[in-house]
Design a protein around this ligand. Structure first.
Ligand code: MTE
Ligand code: MO
Length: 441
């Protein structure tokens, strides 16, 4: 496609700062939303919570701001060995960084562009990875203690390309702001994972009839340094653990699993929240009931059964554990804020789509805010839980400002909504249509 020459959003932001002399966030959340609330709020006290996702993508998110601006108001670039500087830091303690959609343009996400999500400290890299020990205990007949070397020699490895997605991906489009890292769509990536099916290891351990649920433990110290606390410890029903694609992984894109991604050993549990894909994995305990570790209780990784008023008080008894992630599509080219030469009338688009445990049945794109749609062409997946790369060509009738929207539909016929729906305190399930702004001329 035509080479973009400049991100116009930076200029727009600079103008906006000049006009209002307030930060972007303050401008959007105070001025715009208060205005909407005041106009419509007379009869509906919660109408000030109308979704912020309706704000034009040109202002709601954009290309990282380059240095030199008087006040850094945009996303901050990541500076971490081996990682692309285009990743966006969402938090530095613990370190969390997402991949802007346009950096997810590779068929297979390279390690350098793969998002990072930690809840605790990053452990020191293992000196002798083959000696790394994994214990499997609890409701099993034969407690196992295997080194990585033994794991590799006793079982047959599998390699699959699979999406790993943070449970909170898409959270930033909830209004009012939900608690947690403000992911756009970049808490996801699709890598080739090599490892041993967890089910085979559990089979070797001999599951007792009482085996119901897993509990995962790893070597990353709690942020506080308190050795009695887990950074995170989640688990899943045995049926999910026994799926052939649930892997104990030691290699990523053909390389030894990097320390930052949980090397030497991690779980990859595709389709479900990334928090199940335990990094620096040291122990799996089989339980006779649901796990109650760090990240299993309260409103963590849980969604309400009864839709709640945005910003309202949660009735935790009415919450269920989030399992399969919702359908999502992203435009990976052009990048949000791309400026195309005057006279451009055809724009080639590329993207990706995935749907948790389900498959993607179609992807559609629009350049007129959803008045008309064009169906995209889906590339085949390599295996279950792989993403579908997609392509489409759209027409733009003139020079000027356009928004490109994408929406995917899953194999159950559920389509991404125009706005983040089913607000919940920690913002799970936000899969609003992805939109990018382009300027022709
Ligand atoms: N030990 C451990 N495993 C972990 C986490 C963690 O903080 N500690 N974070 C989880 C979460 S919330 C996600 S989304 C994924 C992110 O994996 P990545 O950093 O390799 O992208 O790891 C999961 N596994
Ligand atoms: Mo996550």
């Amino acid at each position: 496609m035509t080479q973009p020459n400049k991100h116009f959003i930076e200029e727009l932001r600079a103008d906006e700062r000049g006009r209002t002399n307030v930060s972007r966030r303050a401008f959007l959340s105070t001025a715009s939303l208060a205005g909407i609330g005041a106009a419509a709020g007379a009869t509906m006290p919660f109408s000030s919570n109308v979704s912020g996702a309706l704000i034009t993508p040109a202002l709601a998110q954009g290309a990282p701001t380059s240095g030199g601006a008087a006040q850094p108001s945009g996303p901050q670039p990541l500076d971490y060995p081996g990682k692309d500087k285009g990743l966006t830091v969402l938090g530095d303690r613990p370190l969390v960084a997402e991949t802007p959609e346009h950096l997810l343009d590779d068929e297979t996400t390279p390690i350098s562009k793969f998002f990072i999500r930690n809840n605790g400290q990053i452990p020191e890299p293992a000196i002798n990875p083959d000696a790394w020990k994994l214990t499997v205990d609890g409701e099993v007949n034969n407690r196992l203690e295997l080194t990585l070397a033994e794991l590799k020699s006793r079982f047959q490895p599998k390699t699959y390309r699979m999406v790993l997605e943070c449970g909170g991906n898409g959270r930033s489009s909830y209004q009012p702001q939900a608690r947690g890292n403000q992911w756009t769509n970049g808490g996801a990536g699709c890598a080739e994972w090599t490892g041993i099916p967890l089910g085979e290891v559990l089979h070797a351990a001999g599951l007792k009839d009482t085996a119901k649920y897993t509990a995962h433990y790893g070597a990353d110290p709690h942020l506080s340094g308190d050795t009695t606390k887990e950074s995170i410890s989640r688990g899943m029903p045995i049926a999910k653990a026994m799926e052939p694609h649930s892997l104990i992984v030691y290699a990523m894109n053909g390389e030894s699993l990097p320390n930052i991604h949980g090397g030497p050993l991690r779980l990859v549990i595709p389709g479900w929240p990334g928090s199940l894909s335990h990094k620096w994995l040291t122990r799996i305990t089989i339980r006779d009931r649901e796990h109650d570790g760090q990240g299993m209780t309260g409103t963590s990784y849980r969604v309400p059964n009864t839709p709640m008023v945005p910003g309202g008080k949660a009735d935790e008894k009415d919450f269920r554990i989030l399992e399969s992630m919702p359908v999502r599509s992203i435009i990976t080219d052009p990048a949000n804020g791309t400026r195309l030469p005057a006279g451009t009338r055809e724009v080639a688009l590329r993207g990706a789509a995935w749907a948790g445990d389900l498959t993607v049945s179609r992807v559609d794109v629009s350049t007129d805010a959803g008045q008309t749609w064009t169906q995209a062409t889906l590339a085949p997946t390599r295996n279950r839980y792989d993403w579908n790369r997609w392509t489409a060509t759209v027409q733009v009738p003139s020079n000027g400002y356009f928004e490109i929207w994408t929406r995917a539909t899953d194999s159950n016929g559920k389509m991404q909504p125009p706005v983040a729906y089913n607000w919940n305190p920690q913002g799970y399930g936000g899969n609003a249509m992805h939109r990018v702004a382009i300027l022709v001329g």
